[in-house]
Design a protein around this ligand. Structure first.
Ligand code: FMN
Length: 140
C-alpha cells in the first residue's frame, strides 16, 4: 500500500464562457494527465458546476490541486470538502464524465467515498452541492 496516499474533493462553479468544446477538451486533458500519473477519482460537470475527487500520491495530488486546479480560470468559488490522507482508495481508475455519472459503479464509488469521509458539519452542504449531479446522498 502506498503510505503517502492523499485525497481532495471539491465543488466549483464553471466559468460561464465555457463551451461544450471547452469542456470536452478539459476532460481529455484531465484524463491524459491523471491516467499517466496514477491519479484516480472522478470529475463531473453539471448545471454549471464541477465536482471532483482526486486520489493518489500526496505530492502529485497536492501540487496538481494547489498549483494548477486552484489557479485555473475555467472555474471559481472552489469549495474543498475533503482533504486528507487515506489508506484504501475508493476509485480504482480515473474517469471523467460529461454532465453526470454514467455507470452505476460511478455512483456507488461516489457514495462510498462521501459516506466514508462524511461529517455532520458537511452533510447538509454536501447534499445541496450534489443536487446538480443527481447524486442522492441518502439518510444521515
Ligand atoms: C474543474 C477542473 C478540474 C481539473 N482537474 C484536473 C486534473 O484532475 N488533472 C489535471 O491534470 N488537470 C486538471 N485540470 C486542469 C488544470 O487546471 C491545468 O489546466 C492542467 O493541469 C494543465 O496545466 P498547465 O497549463 O500548467 O500545464 C482541471 C481544471 C479544471 C477547471
Amino acid at each position: 500500500m502506498n503510505n503517502n496516499s492523499f485525497t481532495i474533493c471539491y465543488f466549483s462553479d464553471a466559468s460561464a464562457s465555457l463551451t461544450n468544446e471547452d469542456i470536452n477538451s478539459l476532460f481529455d486533458q484531465v484524463n491524459n494527465f491523471n491516467n499517466s500519473h496514477h491519479i484516480n477519482g472522478i470529475l463531473l460537470f453539471g448545471m454549471g458546476k464541477f465536482f471532483q475527487v482526486l486520489e493518489g500520491d500526496e505530492t502529485i495530488v497536492k501540487d496538481l490541486f494547489t498549483d494548477r486546479i486552484l489557479n485555473d480560470a475555467r472555474h471559481s468559488n472552489i469549495f474543498t470538502v475533503i482533504e486528507k490522507a487515506y489508506d484504501e482508495p475508493i476509485f480504482k481508475n480515473y474517469s471523467s464524465q460529461f454532465n453526470t455519472y454514467k455507470e452505476p459503479e460511478d455512483l456507488t464509488n461516489i457514495l462510498s467515498y462521501l459516506r466514508q469521509n462524511r461529517t455532520n458539519s458537511t452533510h447538509n452542504k454536501l447534499e445541496r452541492l450534489l443536487s446538480p449531479f443527481g447524486i442522492p446522498l441518502g439518510a444521515k
